[in-house]
Write a protein that binds this ligand. Sequence first.
Ligand code: T5A
Ligand code: NA
Length: 213
Amino acid sequence: NSSTAHKPRGSFILFEGGDRCGKTTQSENLVKHLSSKGVDVALWKFPDRQTAIGQMINAYLQGKTETDDAAVHLLFSANRWEKRESMLAALSAGQTLVVDRYAYSGAAFTAAKGIPGLDLEWCKAPDKGLPAPDATIYLSMMPEAAAKRGGYGSERYEKEEMQRSVAQRFQDLRDATWHTLDAARSIEAVGSDVTRIAEAAIEACQEGKPLEH
Ligand code: T5A
Ligand code: NA
């Protein structure tokens, strides 16, 4: 390879799962691990509560505002679209992105509400065309067990019944990028599986795997 060879793109590694399954813990540990190995990596999180749209989502999740279910679904999607260009720029500059929730959460949580008209296909539609993950790490856990991790907080969807419905919707969303891990194990045991999946995804990108949309 000459010095003019194109730098391989970064990998898009996504964590999904129900509330309290350990996404934040695992995504932060993965970023630390990859950084220590010299990988150019950044941690992203959705919803991104910093943007104007994200602040509307935050108020809704905290129960400070009531928003129509379809409208709030579109806000969650818009919050991903508004980050699309910077996401593509980072990936093509060779940066690996570890992402804490994305479009699968968007579809699973709204569809879980069981509102007539807002079925899974309707819920998936607004995210069509967004960059797709290279690997989706689904942290699988019984909602009852997740609730015992310090209990759910006070945000809108942190209730066992809702979480059971979300888990079912996630099963309907599984695709070729999907890796299901038993998240009820120790942080270290889950972490070693996460590292293996992430390193394989990064290697595939270095070998020229194209980014899907
Ligand atoms: N949402 C999101 C939508 O409705 N539509 C969308 O489009 C999107 C993107 C906010 C909400 O928004 C919804 C989904 C959510 O309801 P959020 O801000 O990401 O989403 O909030 P949560 O994901 O719910 O964050 P949590 O903090 O609840 O869960 P995490 O990140 O999964 O869990 P984590 O790592 O913080 O761990 C929870 C606790 O368990 C411990 C940790 O130390 C921590 O105390 N823990 C473990 N304990 C024992 N063993 C292990 N293996 C452990 N791993 C972690
Ligand atoms: Na979290």
